[in-house]
Design a protein around this ligand. Structure first.
Ligand code: NAD
Length: 491
């Protein structure tokens, strides 16, 4: 059994209350770890350490090259401990170890990318209209950042926040999801080994409504960055109003994958599956809403069903496994409730809709790959984020019709479409109102490009240059070299 503590002001500590939480393995509900269950008091201690590190200890004034050096070192340590981190992530989330290894490689790359950007922006001299003056625009760190991450990609989502904030010169209080804290704790250990000064990185553990709520409300926090569900995002936005904190929200998605008649059929099937079943569909950008043009509709469903029947569901630590369990018993019942809703709405179930009958999987939170066809735009199963291995398929006739339907959602995270027509690629890329649009691909992301949502999928962007800028304030410095008397008032 793993026993860990949280990290506040350079020290590993238990919760002030002494409370503990058991962390469960979604594969069989066994207890894998015991961690402190913090509350508002622990959050406040972490915030004041981060405040002091920012205001008094000189982290923002640390030369950017030195901040970069520490981030590069952290990336090297992540690479050194890649296998341990990947196994921890799979223990905590149930996803296959192979998926977790990809995550760890991405994460090392994210720290390197932002380390590389840290010393690249020396500000800008602008042309001043006033004689004998200099006008410069510089970026400065925002301050103390509260960072709240979800359970589906625990360390990946945390790294999207930690790396740019630290590169920009901010200090941070990171709060991982209470059900998947292990890799964030491990990376905090690696950050300590890399040599980050005390108070710069603090990792607090505990429930969102306590630890996370304090981060969102506390007046000593300058920015709150959150990845998670829409309703939590709205609560955080309201809570942040107290001191008009900067807010960045990466919320959910219901992402259309649109297949036109002229698409390369074999590729489409392959990518439709990849777009959904990684991590059992618990991906904010999962392409679970598939829209297929009339001419290939029946052929598509037959081919998709055949491949879905062969998906190997099992233990993420077994090399043959292609899809692991859902994250928790609570989430499993949410997914199950959506299956009932879909049936009541008239969606036609052609595969799955049940838990596996394999006796080896009965203790875990497994759910079978599920396919609903003949779905309609206004069904809840089509409009709401299920966050599980559940595909809905809708039929469409024309480009205009499918654009209108794909855009008729409160979400706007990502969308993909498939066609061989270059003019259509231009038109549809522009017409879809989503933060990321993939033409002839699905679920591609990389650190160099920004990530974030339109509409209720949130605001602010992570990754890319803009991901660093989110952690900066813009300052205009005007310097007059020859100030002359005005002799105006009362002269
Ligand atoms: P969640 O909203 O339940 O929890 C996310 C985090 O918020 C957790 O750390 C939780 O403890 C904390 N939290 C809960 N209540 C809080 C409160 N009142 N104040 C402050 N913090 C609080 O989300 P989840 O179930 O962990 O994650 C799944 C959701 O995350 C899905 O909707 C998914 O689409 C979304 N997500 C979005 C992206 C993206 O890039 N847009 C990426 C991954 C996940």
């Amino acid at each position: 059994m793993i026993r860990k503590q949280m990290y506040i002001d350079g020290k590993w500590v238990d919760a002030a209350s002494g409370n503990k939480r058991e962390v469960l393995n979604p594969f069989d509900a066994s207890v894998i770890a015991e961690v402190p269950e913090g509350d508002r008091e622990d959050s406040r201690a972490a915030i004041s350490a981060a405040r002091r590190a920012f205001d008094k200890d000189g982290w923002p004034q640390t030369p950017a090259v030195e901040r970069a050096r520490l981030l590069f070192k952290l990336a090297d340590l992540i690479e050194r401990d890649r296998e341990e981190l990947a196994e921890l992530e799979s223990l905590d989330t149930g996803k296959t170890v192979e998926e977790s290894r990809w995550d760890m490689d991405d994460i090392a790359g994210i720290f390197r990318y932002f380390a590389g950007l840290a010393d690249k922006d020396g500000g800008e001299v602008i042309e001043s209209p006033i004689p004998d003056s200099t006008s410069t625009v510089v970026r400065e760190p925002v301050g103390v950042c509260g960072q709240i991450s979800p359970w589906n990609y625990p360390l990946l989502q945390a790294s999207w926040k930690m790396a740019p904030a630290l590169a920009a010169g901010c200090t941070i209080v990171m709060k991982p999801s209470e059900i998947t804290p292990l890799t964030t704790i491990k990376v905090t250990e690696l950050a300590e080994e890399a040599g980050f000064p005390k108070g710069v990185i603090n990792t607090v553990l505990g429930p969102g409504a306590e630890v996370g709520a304090e981060l969102s409300e506390n007046n000593d926090v300058d920015l709150i960055s959150f990845t998670g569900g829409i309703s939590t995002g709205k609560t955080i936005m309201r809570a942040a109003a107290g001191n008009v904190k900067k807010v960045a929200l990466e919320l959910g998605g219901k992402n259309p994958n649109i297949i036109f008649d002229d698409a390369d059929f074999d590729l489409v099937i392959d990518y439709a599956l990849n777009g959904v079943f990684f991590h059992a569909g618990q991906i904010c950008s999962a392409g679970t809403r598939i829209m297929v043009q009339d001419g290939v509709y029946d052929k598509f469903i037959a081919a998709l069903k055949e491949r879905m029947e062969r998906i190997v569901v099992g233990n993420g630590f077994d090399e043959k496994t292609q899809m692991g369990p859902l994250i928790s018993a609570e989430h499993l019942s949410k997914v199950e409730s959506y299956i009932e809703i879909a049936k009541e709405e008239g969606a036609q179930l052609v595969l799955g809709g049940c838990r596996p009958d394999n006796p080896a999987l009965q203790k875990g939170y497994f759910y079978m790959p599920t396919l609903f066809v003949n779905c309609e735009n206004d069904m809840r199963i089509v409009q709401e984020e299920v966050f599980g291995p559940v595909i809905t398929v809708e039929r469409f006739k024309t480009e205009e019709e499918v654009i209108e339907r794909a855009n008729s959602t409160i979400y706007g995270l990502s969308a993909g479409f498939w066609t061989r027509d270059p003019d259509r690629i231009e038109r549809v890329s522009k017409a879809l109102r989503f933060g990321t649009v993939w033409a002839n691909d699905f679920n591609v992301y990389f650190v160099q490009a920004p990530w974030g949502g339109y509409k209720q999928s949130g605001f602010g962007r992570e990754l890319g240059r803009i991901g660093l800028e989110e952690y900066t304030e813009v300052k205009h410095i005007f310097r007059n070299h020859k100030t002359t008397p005005l002799n105006w008032f009362g002269a």
